[in-house]
Ligand binder design. Structure first.
Ligand code: SAH
Length: 289
C-alpha cells in the first residue's frame, strides 16, 4: 500500500445534498420518507452532472473493451437514469423489508449503472448482483441496503471499514451516511476500476486501499463499523479487534451455505454475534493479486 493509494480525496458535494439535514454525515438521521426521496432526486441529478462534466477525463482501467456507461448522451437522457426506474428498485428493496429511509435514499441517489460496463448497464436497476470482471460481482442492491441498515442501526457512523471494494458501488452508498469510508480491495485491477468509477463523483470521504482486507487497517482502527462484501468461513480475528467497543460488524459467513452475521463489540474482551438471514457472496481470499 503506497501513500498514493491512500489519498483519494473526492469532494462530497456531488453525493450528499448539502442543504439537507436528513443525510448529513456524522449526525443522527432525521429523514422522513418524503425528504429522503427529494434528497435522492437532488443527488441523482448532481452526480450525473458531475459525471457528464468529467466526460473526457474518465479512463477505462480494463482496456479498450469498456465504454463508459455514464457518458453517452442517450444514457443521460434515456430511461436508465429515469427517476421512476430507480424508485422502482428502491421500492422492491423496501418491500423486502429494508425500512431505513436514509439507506433507501442513498440507494436511489447513487447511480448504479455508472459502476457497470455498458453491456450490463440496462440491468443496473434490477435487484440482482451482476458481474464486474475478475470473477467478482457488484452486490445486489437489497443486500447492500440490508447490510448498511444493520450496520448503522439508525445512526450515522463515524469511521467505517469495507472489505471488498469491487467496483466501488457499496462504498459510494456508505459514504452518504458515514463520516469516513475506508475500503480495501485485494485485486489490483478492481481497485483501479473503483478509483476510476468514483473519481468523477468527487466523493470526499472515501479512501480506497489496495491490500488484503483480512488484515484490516490497524493504522486507522478502531472503526465504528466494519462491513465485509465477501464471505469467509469465519470473520477474521484481526477485524474483530479493530472494531470500537460499541461498534458493529456485518459479514456474510460460510461456504456453499452462507448467513449474514452481525457482530457487536460489547467490551474489550467480549463480542456478541447474531445470525440474520441467508445470503450469497463471492469468497473472501487472503493475499493480493
Ligand atoms: N462492495 C462491492 C462488492 C464487491 S464483490 C459492491 O459494491 O458491490 C467482493 C469483493 O471482495 C471482490 O472484489 C473481491 O476481490 C474482494 N475481496 C475478497 N477477499 C478480499 C480480501 N481479503 N481483501 C479485500 N478484498 C477482498
Amino acid at each position: 500500500m503506497t501513500a498514493k493509494d491512500k489519498r483519494f480525496p473526492l469532494p462530497l458535494s456531488s453525493v450528499v445534498n448539502q442543504k439537507s439535514k436528513a443525510i448529513e454525515p456524522g449526525g443522527r438521521s432525521t429523514a422522513m420518507p418524503q425528504t429522503a426521496m427529494r434528497n435522492a432526486a437532488h443527488h441523482l441529478s448532481g452526480t450525473l452532472a458531475a459525471r457528464a462534466a468529467q466526460k473526457t477525463d474518465v479512463k477505462s482501467p480494463q482496456g479498450a473493451g469498456k465504454t463508459d456507461v455514464g457518458l453517452s448522451p442517450s444514457l443521460l437522457s434515456g430511461p436508465l437514469v429515469s427517476e421512476g426506474i430507480r424508485k422502482a428498485m428502491v421500492m422492491r428493496v423496501a418491500q423486502q423489508g429494508v425500512k431505513d429511509a436514509t439507506v433507501l435514499a442513498a440507494l436511489q441517489a447513487v447511480p448504479r449503472h455508472l459502476f457497470l460496463e455498458s453491456g450490463m448497464a440496462s440491468q443496473a436497476y434490477v435487484d440482482a448482483s451482476l458481474p464486474i470482471g475478475h470473477h467478482q460481482t457488484i452486490s445486489q442492491p437489497y443486500i447492500v441496503a440490508r447490510m448498511i441498515e444493520v450496520l448503522r442501526n439508525g445512526t450515522n457512523l463515524g469511521r467505517v471499514l469495507e472489505i471488498g471494494t469491487g467496483c466501488g458501488y457499496q462504498a459510494a452508498v456508505l459514504s452518504v451516511m458515514t463520516r469516513e469510508v475506508y475500503s480495501i480491495e485485494r485485486i489490483k485491477a478492481l481497485h483501479e476500476l473503483a478509483k476510476s468509477n468514483l473519481r468523477p463523483m468527487r466523493i470526499a470521504n472515501i479512501r480506497l486501499l489496495y491490500g488484503d482486507g483480512m488484515l484490516g487497517l490497524p493504522q486507522e482502527a478502531p472503526f465504528d463499523g466494519i462491513i465485509l462484501a465477501a464471505a469467509g468461513l469465519e470473520v477474521p480475528q484481526s477485524l474483530l479487534k479493530q472494531l470500537r467497543v460499541g461498534g458493529r460488524l456485518v459479514a456474510p459467513v460460510g461456504g456453499r451455505h452462507q448467513v449474514l452475521q452481525l457482530i457487536e463489540r460489547v467490551s474489550n474482551y467480549e463480542w456478541k454475534s447474531s445470525v440474520l438471514e441467508q445470503c450469497h457472496f463471492v469468497p473472501l481470499h487472503s493475499g493480493v493479486i
